[in-house]
Write a protein that binds this ligand. Structure first.
Ligand SMILES: Nc1ncnc2c1ncn2[C@@H]1O[C@H](COP(=O)(O)OP(=O)(O)OP(=O)(O)O)[C@@H](O)[C@H]1O
Length: 265
């Protein structure tokens, strides 16, 4: 569905991304993890076609993504950016409706009736009671849920998420990822998500790409990535990895840099 081939991004005289290659099949959920400044958001911009690599290419269904018309791409690829939607004087319902813009003609009309789709998205994200409130009166977490409802109504083939759980409490973090996972399975949606929470990434993603200083430090299934040596090398954090008692998925417990046995009392 989407493939990065030896992608390099240079800004000024600095290589922000160096020779990144991977491919993601239809209906898969792919996670991008790595420390601050590793190049995750930059990579997502290249995958969305909003920016072009300095060398290498991104192929969307076998076609160079930069050669696909903006309007066609807007129907097929949805992006949930870091921080969700800006505070603006529109109601929740109006903002969710904006997800249908790529499907409208210049009069703002659409051939299909999308009202039911909009109602469903508002309900799924628990926004029914807030539907007529202005988004600038909402909390950061509520706005993030509005942003997800907006991309839901777009019914994309590829969904790109940049730290989608920022601002969300733990209940909504799980709900958001459960919702995305459900669409992924029901509609064969392909998802690529930048995630900071490695435990959630291990639970929801089929495969993970670990970026470090713009390079691929590792990639593979969560069981191959969730290793104490890799976490220490890439993040500089000491961690213990244990299987989740219910799911068996590897989970990470952070430990202080100085173990208690070596601490002076
Ligand atoms: N327009 C730009 N001009 C110069 N440097 C940039 C530009 N955009 C990004 N960078 C630099 O590229 C590097 C990668 O940035 P990017 O935002 O992709 O990292 P990230 O992995 O998403 O980080 P974070 O986890 O902090 O969000 C950073 O060092 C950043 O300062």
């Amino acid at each position: 569905m989407i493939e990065a081939k030896q992608v390099v991004k240079r800004i000024g005289n600095r290589d922000i991304l160096q020779e990144i290659s991977f491919s993601v099949g239809i209906g898969r959920m792919y996670g991008i993890i790595g420390p601050n400044g590793a190049g995750k958001t930059t990579l997502l911009q290249l995958l969305s076609g909003t920016d072009a690599p300095t060398s290498g290419e991104v192929l969307f269904q076998g076609q160079a993504i930069t050669s696909i018309k903006r309007k066609d791409l807007a129907k097929r690829v949805a992006v949930l950016q870091q921080g969700g939607i800006p505070a603006a004087a529109f109601t929740v319902r109006e903002v969710v409706q904006m997800g249908r813009f790529p499907f409208q003609n210049w009069l703002g009309e659409e051939s299909a009736d999308s009202e039911q789709l909009i109602d469903d998205a508002i309900e799924t994200m628990g926004l029914t009671a807030l539907a007529n409130r202005q988004v600038d009166q909402l909390s950061g977490g509520e706005r993030q849920r509005v942003a997800l409802a907006k991309v839901m109504v777009q019914e994309p083939e590829l969904l790109l998420l940049d730290e989608p759980t920022t601002y969300l409490d733990i209940g909504y973090q799980v709900q958001l990822l459960d919702t995305v996972k459900r669409w992924q399975q029901e509609r064969q949606l392909t998802v690529i998500a930048v995630l900071h929470d490695l435990n959630l990434a291990a639970h929801y993603c089929d495969e993970l790409l670990v970026l470090q200083h713009g390079r691929t430090a590792a990639d593979g299934p969560p069981s191959a990535i969730m290793k104490p040596e890799l976490i220490l090398d890439v993040f500089g954090a000491r961690a213990v990895i244990l299987p989740h008692p219910e799911t068996g998925v590897p989970q990470l417990l952070l430990a202080p840099s100085v173990p208690p046995s070596e601490r002076r009392s």
